[in-house]
Design a protein around this ligand. Sequence first.
Ligand SMILES: NC(=O)c1ccc[n+]([C@@H]2O[C@H](COP(=O)([O-])OP(=O)(O)OC[C@H]3O[C@@H](n4cnc5c(N)ncnc54)[C@H](O)[C@@H]3O)[C@@H](O)[C@H]2O)c1
Ligand SMILES: O=C/C=C/C=C(\O)C(=O)O
Length: 480
Amino acid sequence: MQRIENYINGEFCAPDSGEYLDNVEPATGAVYSQIPESNDQDLSRAVAAAKQAFPTWSSTSIEDRSRLLMKIADAVEAASDELAKAEAIDNGKPVTFAKAVDSYRASANIRFFANACTQFASESHGMGNLAVNYTLRDPIGVVGTISPWNFPLYLFTWKIAPALAAGNTVVAKPSEVTPMTAYLFSKICADAGLPKGVLNILHGSGGNIGQQIVEHQDIKAISFTGGTATGKKLAATAAPMFKKLSLELGGKNPTLVFADCDFDNTVKEVVRAAFSNQGQICLCGSRIYIERSIYDKFKQAFIKQVKQLTIGDPLEKTTQHGALVSKPHMEKVLSYIELAKQEGGKLLTGGNRFTVSGRCEQGFFVEPTVFENLPLDCRTNQEEIFGPVCTLQPFDNDDEALTLANGTDYGLATSVWTNDLKRAHRLSKQLHFGIVWINSWLLRDLRTPFGGVKASGVGREGGFEAMKFFTEPKNVCVKY
Ligand SMILES: NC(=O)c1ccc[n+]([C@@H]2O[C@H](COP(=O)([O-])OP(=O)(O)OC[C@H]3O[C@@H](n4cnc5c(N)ncnc54)[C@H](O)[C@@H]3O)[C@@H](O)[C@H]2O)c1
Ligand SMILES: O=C/C=C/C=C(\O)C(=O)O
């Protein structure tokens, strides 16, 4: 059976412990590879390598850093079919989706920051005839990145690329649930000639090696994407050590559909927003609020399209809805479906585990599921399910829509579907989220600030926000 290896100081190695975790293919339920369970010895070696690599990498010219990142981006793009297939096997997502979204974004992320570092500049503040201040932005040193399983290589590269572009060296931990593309990526980096120690990849479980990365005194900043409960734990460890911290956490995102929307396109896009990646995107719109005058018409059209989603083997090109990432996650999602029923929800479609015959008979498939008749304050509408489950609810006016949308602890993203420009702008101002999409969803410009408010996180990624996070500003004041 294939054994994934750590990537430390430019070398591929077994974990110090000799221990491995099983890696399961969610579409079949079968173990198909093994993951190193890294420990403090592996971490010490990774941090030492990153520390040693830092002086040279941080003083490598921006042009050379950019050129090397471009080379890696090109290699990732050239491997996009292979990476998409690996992602589909490891995560359960449809291979066509993995190619269009995951593989695409992995190379786009790296290319974007290879360019961004050539454009990144800092401010100066003149004090008339008295003095001038200018800001130096130096790389921080050794930084840690910790990423989740839903967009494995997409989010892994979204952190590593700006960290490296800014001149840091990195100790990175992908999710132990989906480690394969990070492993393939380490091979790509080695082949592209990334100097040893600049990027080190440690595999293993979050509570062990993830926690140790956060605790390590020589790792000066942590960029984390994952669940809100994990983020809280991480902040409790990192804050007393005064570490720089970026937290991209969960969401419970509302979709607001107004009667004046472009109906057909809105139905199609709201289905996509709810069920892409089997609903396992932090940005998925799982609370769908519809203006009462079109509620029944929208509900019918929406359910019709949801029922048409093709559930199947993620490796089949026609599959639109694949497996959930793991058995425990599937069980969690199914338990939320039971909870929604207990809370009085009316099931409109779905609600069950789904069996795909053939090689995927034991896979972790759950039908796209839609409920109505659930109030805002019930757990189904307050807690992140992170699966293919959404709720529909009518509203009567803009104020009610706003109250419903803002009515959870989360504040990651929302989408608003209307042709009334004044309303769209007014609501955008009043919606308490990091991201507002008008007549769109997951339309991404990588220059924009990305992140959430409230329990959805602290800080922003993307564009110069990420370059700022991965550098330390220093003001120099020069008196004339
Ligand atoms: N805001 C965003 O951009 C965004 C993007 C994707 C996913 N998410 C969120 O991620 C969650 C799903 O991903 P998940 O289940 O992999 O999240 P998770 O929090 O369980 O794990 C995320 C990562 O943290 C590691 N980890 C776990 N415990 C740790 C600890 N004590 N110390 C350090 N690291 C630890 C895991 O091994 C994994 O690599 C959802 O809540 C989703 O909303 C947020
Ligand atoms: O599931 C979370 C998705 C995160 C997406 C991004 O970070 C992005 O699009 O840059």
